[in-house]
Design a protein around this ligand. Structure first.
Ligand code: UD1
Ligand code: MG
Length: 457
């Protein structure tokens, strides 16, 4: 396949009004990635590396988002929405240089994977001029029906144009087509709009190619993989399918998920072998988990790197820039942001570590807070290797604790502490023998006197 050049055209000039959203439909996300980026990724994985996206008039947000894709696609604008063939022709300049294969895909069909695209490209390599990726939906209403004669695909009839007999056909157009680059423009240019919708139908190229005596072929994909998204309920359905697929892959790669249906991955989550994820864990974007890591239940993790042998949670929140080195521990109700927790360091209970370094082997007591923000800027807290921070301490940044420093519980640390030093940042305790009893007796007498005066009035 690699010797054949390929252009992928993604149609995304949809109106998407049923999403009820200020955001263009194809920018709604599955696993944290816009739908149209999922489609582009499938195209890329199928070797369709040159990507053109056809957007509607004024869809600048889509243009902007696509600029961040790798590789950045070429954007074409379909000024008027006159049909799928018309939309493909909006990318005429991309087709003209001449490709072996041209793939046409829809931007609102995010679950498509490389395999059906590769299968279609294989048919082109074998001599087909047009390949239609078909599927068998539970209910074919609304889809184009694949009309076959003597086992050969001869036409696609859109639902609105289909006869009663044709409406009974269960094999439908999934919306993906592979077209021989040599024939693409000549086929597309001959499409007319004499049909129920008055649109230029891409699907008409099947009949035109058949008329030219060219080879037209249908392949079959799962209904799931060509699921089109039109509203938020379908968006959630696609998310569920995507998550189910990814959990399955993750488990087969050697990760234990105790309750897989409760784990949510991002499109880019990496997680190494022999890691274990307890129930109800959320992975946001840009998380890299090494091997042999345990993520305890109810943890929320994004933008974090977690090295081998680390333990996270339960109920931990790791925010962007959290960098857990080997065998680090971040325990229950702890939040870590933009901070390295170096080898073997422990942050176990009810703590906030932000904009900081916690040196190797350091122990951070319960309720420790790095006071990193003064209302205007963020400041750094540097905690040396082997330091011990007693419970309920506030470390007011910028501040440095040297290696092996020892902070007494309940301290408010505002000045640097040198290595191996002991720092108290609180009032010293004073204990007065017998004073407790004396106080209690005084208070009791006062209360009894008050009660008596009330009952006499
Ligand atoms: C299309 C197919 C139908 C197939 C179904 C699968 C045609 C004529 N029909 O029907 O056979 O069964 O998809 O879901 O192709 N678009 C543009 N510009 C346009 C029109 C459409 O960019 O002028 C884009 C839309 O954004 C969408 C895609 O093309 O991504 C399909 O358009 P849509 O109107 O949803 O076509 P269907 O009627 O669903
Ligand atoms: Mg549609």
């Amino acid at each position: 396949m690699t010797d054949r050049s390929c252009l992928s055209i993604i149609l995304a000039a949809g109106e998407g009004t049923r999403m009820k959203s200020a955001k263009p439909k194809v920018l709604h996300e599955i696993a944290g990635l816009p739908m149209v980026a999922h489609v582009a990724a499938a195209a890329r994985n199928a070797g369709g590396g040159d990507i053109a996206i056809v957007i509607g008039h004024g869809a600048d947000e889509v243009r902007k988002a696509a600029g961040g894709f790798d590789p950045a696609p070429e954007i074409f604008v379909q000024e008027q929405r006159l049909g799928t063939a018309h939309a493909v022709l909006a990318a005429r300049q991309a087709i003209e240089p001449g490709y072996d294969d041209v793939l046409v895909m829809f931007g609102d069909t995010p679950l498509i994977e490389a395999a059906p695209l590769l299968a279609a490209r294989k048919k082109l390599a074998e001599g087909a001029a047009v390949v239609v990726v078909g599927f068998r939906p539970q209910n074919p209403a609304g889809y184009g029906r694949l009309i076959e004669e003597n086992g050969r695909l001869v036409a696609i009839r859109e639902d609105k144009d289909a006869s009663e007999a044709e409406k009974k056909i269960g094999f439908c157009n999934g919306g993906l087509m592979a077209i021989s680059g040599r024939h693409a423009l000549s086929l597309l240019e001959r499409v007319g709009n004499n049909n129920a919708k008055g649109e230029y139908y891409l699907t008409d190229i099947v009949e035109i190619a058949t008329g030219d005596g060219l080879d037209v072929v249908a392949t079959e994909a799962s209904a799931e993989s060509v699921l089109g998204i039109n509203n938020r309920a379908e968006l959630a359905e696609a998310e569920a399918i995507w998550q189910r697929r990814r959990r399955h892959q993750v488990m087969l790669s050697g990760v234990t998920l105790i309750a897989p249906e409760t784990i949510y991955f991002s499109h880019d989550t990496e997680i190494g072998q022999d890691s274990l994820v307890e129930p109800n864990v959320w992975f946001g974007p840009a998380v890299r988990v090494s091997s042999g890591v345990t993520i305890h239940a109810f943890s929320h993790i994004e933008g974090a790197t977690i090295a081998t042998g680390s333990q996270v949670g339960p109920y931990a929140r790791l925010r962007p820039g959290a960098d857990l080195h080997e065998k680090a521990k971040v325990g229950n109700f702890c939040e870590v942001k933009n901070a390295a927790i170096q080898k073997g360091a422990k942050v176990n209970h009810l703590t906030y570590i932000g904009d900081a370094r916690v040196g190797a082997g350091a122990n951070i007591g319960a309720g420790t807070i790095t006071c990193n923000y003064d209302g205007f800027g963020k400041h750094f807290t540097d905690i040396g290797a082997g330091a011990f921070v007693g419970s309920n301490s506030s470390l007011v940044a910028p501040v440095t604790l040297g290696d092996g420093a020892y902070i007494a519980s309940g301290s408010v640390i505002t000045e640097n502490v040198e290595g191996e030093a002991l720092a108290f940042g609180r009032a010293r305790q004073k204990t007065i023998p017998g004073k407790g009893r004396e106080l209690r007796e005084r208070f009791a007498a006062a209360a009894a006197a008050k009660k008596k005066s009330v009952s006499e009035t």
